[in-house]
Design a protein around this ligand. Sequence first.
Ligand code: TIU
Length: 223
Amino acid sequence: TDVLTIPTAKPYPFAFPPARTALVIIDMQRDFIEPGGFGEALGNDVTPLAALVPHVRRLLDGCRAAGLTIIHTREAHEPDLSDCPPAKRLRGSSDLRIGDEGPMGRILVKGEPGNAIVDDLAPLPGEIVIDKPGKGAFYATRLGEILAERGITHLLFAGVTTEVCVQTTMREANDRGFECLLVEDATESYFPAFKQATLEMVRAQGAIVGWTAEVDEVMGALA
Ligand code: TIU
């Protein structure tokens, strides 16, 4: 199978076979990007994250056109919260906790308006959608089996937030043997310094967790 290369990826060129590569878009759901959801309930100003959407869309369009496997995740709990540990529900000082009724429906609960992926990034028929109860997308989901069934070996990561669900999932994937690249301008955090630190720490020590590159660099390889 043919292999593409991003020669300017950091810390050194990243090679990937498109037939065995998936784009994984983490948690681009209203809960984190619009006011009234979980992100704001945690005390964050969510407005900077809305600016990310067109960048992820550009990457998504390019990966769709190149025929890559597309995977979307949502941080989502069952309505009875049986998959939400009390330790997770009770963390923090907010009055609005997971499962409580908020302006976009019950916070971080499957099927609620706030749990939907933003319209501009809505999954197409045939794309994979993973609902995950944790920060990492491999924990308590079928993601590992789905990737194995499809022979996927390489993962491109985008989404929010960089140092929480994106980094956790990338580390889980790295330990499972996947070659991982984090797309720098297709991920965002409520904390700019945490985003920057994440980009630097994943590619340090000779790509200890993986590579990073910008959307344009990925698109250049796919073109
Ligand atoms: N709080 C925060 O930054 N993130 C999360 O809780 N979930 C995700 O990152 N998706």
